[in-house]
Design a protein around this ligand. Structure first.
Ligand code: PEP
Ligand code: MN
Length: 340
């Protein structure tokens, strides 16, 4: 449910409506808008009984039933686009943000080489995994805290904020010491204790779509974060499993305009994991921006043949730079521009 206040409603009237919602046993979420305030109601499992109790209060214009199962992430609840700020970089505004870096932090030298290269080419945020969710327990699992330290040093050296994956509740405080943005990977999209803990951390979050998750599942996972009071959430389409195994996954580009319609949260695309092949990255990156994505997350490696992880889908720095030059023109064609 959503209570829409009249344009001239006073602060006291808004407070009175919130108090009434609380008295009814629900949680009010006042959301000031450019012309009027709306107050979302959560905690109700069905239609709010006695909506008339709210309608009769002074300053109330209308009470609307929100039909979507997700509330706080929905456009119905919050009309204006949410802008998520990561170390000063805005995601979800007029600009398109490119996040780039290695799949995983392998060494100081490798991370610094890639970080400087992607910065020079115009990336706005550095990516890199210190904790890696690997399909096989025998595969490289990440450098852990040593990797986090290297990422923090690379941030110092380049000025780029850092996004890195947090895999579990136990390591969350440690990752928070180093990261500007917390990534929740596809495999953890429905790890509800982790979602709640990351929600409570208040840190900007990059929430990747699970490869067997529907758009609704993704939005409901994001709802956990907002429900804990954290609306600094960026959604990421990174490819889903379909019958076609030609590529690693199937990039669901239709999800981009769909999510923008259903939700106020920014949405970015990961063309690297979606395809698993570096040749696909540039065309899919172009298409993502054309489809309205607020950004991209791209894997870059200075020596992909020797990469510990995901070398096949990693761009060499020169190709990344060439792609960036082209993406600037694609962004312009859809009345946007690259940030940075
Ligand atoms: C990653 O971005 O490093 C990653 C593991 O991606 P995903 O969770 O989308 O597979
Ligand atoms: Mn990877």
């Amino acid at each position: 449910m959503l209570v829409v206040m009249e344009a001239h409603a006073t602060r006291e009237q808004i407070a009175q409506v919130c108090a009434e919602i609380t008295a009814m046993g629900y949680t009010p979420h006042p959301m000031p808008g450019p012309t009027r305030t709306a107050i979302g109601i959560t905690g109700n499992s069905g239609p709010v009984e006695q909506a008339a109790r709210l309608l009769r209060l002074p300053g109330v214009s209308e009470v609307i039933r929100v039909t979507a199962p997700y509330k706080l992430v929905s456009r119905e609840f919050h009309e204006a686009d949410t802008v998520v700020t990561v170390g000063g970089v805005p995601i979800g505004g007029p600009g398109v943000v490119v996040i780039a870096g290695p799949c995983t932090v392998e060494s100081r030298e490798q991370t610094f080489a890639v970080a400087h290269a992607v910065r020079a080419a115009g990336a706005a945020i550095l990516r890199g995994g210190a904790y890696k969710p690997r399909t096989s327990p025998y595969a490289f699992q990440g450098l852990g805290e040593a990797g986090l330290r290297i990422l923090a040093e690379a941030r110092e050296a380049t000025g780029l904020p850092v996004v890195t994956e947090v895999m579990d509740v136990e390591t969350l405080p440690l990752v928070c010491e180093y990261a500007d943005m917390l990534q929740i990977g596809a495999r953890n999209m429905q790890n509800y204790p982790l979602l709640r803990a990351v929600g409570r951390s208040g840190r900007p979050v990059l929430l990747k779509r699970g490869f067997a998750a529907t758009v609704k599942d993704l939005l409901l996972a994001a709802e956990y974060l907002l429900h804990e009071g954290n609306s600094q959430v960026v959604l990421c389409e990174r490819g889903i499993r379909t019958f076609d195994d030609t590529l690693r996954f199937t990039l669901d580009l239709g999800a981009v305009p769909m999510i923008r319609q259903l939700s106020h949260l920014p949405v970015i695309v990961d063309p690297s994991h979606a395809s698993g092949r570096w040749e696909q990255v540039q065309p899919m990156a172009r298409a993502a921006i054309a489809a309205g994505a607020d950004g991209l997350i791209v894997e870059v490696h200075d020596n992909p043949a020797y990469a510990v992880c995901d070398g096949q889908q990693s761009l060499v720095p020169e190709r990344f730079a060439a792609m960036m030059a082209q993406l600037r023109r694609v962004a312009e064609a859809v009345e946007r521009s690259l940030v940075g």
